[in-house]
Design a binder for this molecule. Structure first.
Ligand SMILES: *[C@@H]1O[C@H](CO)[C@@H](O)[C@H](O)[C@H]1NC(C)=O
Length: 149
């Protein structure tokens, strides 16, 4: 709701159309669906599309905001191909130019994945990564303990 209000105010103040590209629940599905031409676009296709779309929109004086609302990992073997569950999925996601993104429940379900997200993925995004409810409360030996509200 807050996001809609912010966007509505931005549109009124800004005066130019704002296009929103929103992804969610990618679940490490970075490959295409070659058996179905309707779904035969991979993550690279989306990177290309989003870059071209933004360039065209900005050229027209419009703006583009791109969001992801989490669940980057789990769902395909690509998520399990790395020693840390989802590491490759997080790494390839950094090729996208999100204006804001957050974690989903799957992103906080495996300790090593949370550590990788906290130590590597979130620092890549800086203030673009939005969350207020994931806290590292203590380190116990080699295990970090997180609390999610
Ligand atoms: C391809 O995917 C679309 C979207 O999910 C679906 O509607 C369609 O039935 C699928 N086609 C085949 C041949 O599976």
């Amino acid at each position: 709701m807050l996001a809609l209000i912010v966007l509505a105010v931005a549109a009124l103040v800004y005066g130019a159309p704002i296009h929103i590209l929103h992804t969610t629940d990618v679940h490490s599905w970075v490959d295409a669906h070659p058996h179905n031409s309707t779904l035969n676009a991979d993550l690279g296709s989306f990177v290309s599309f989003s870059e071209r779309f933004r360039t065209m929109a900005l050229g027209d004086g419009d703006d583009v905001l791109m969001f992801d609302t989490g669940d980057f990992i789990q769902g395909t073997g690509f998520s399990d191909a790395s020693e840390i569950v989802g590491q490759y999925a997080y790494d390839v996601t950094t090729n996208l130019a999100y204006d804001a993104l957050t974690a989903g429940n799957h992103d906080i379900s495996v300790d090593d994945s949370v550590d990788y997200m906290v130590d590597t993925f979130i620092p890549h995004w800086g203030n673009t990564f939005v969350t207020t409810n994931i806290y590292k409360i203590l380190t116990f030996g080699t295990t970090n303990i997180y609390k999610v509200h």
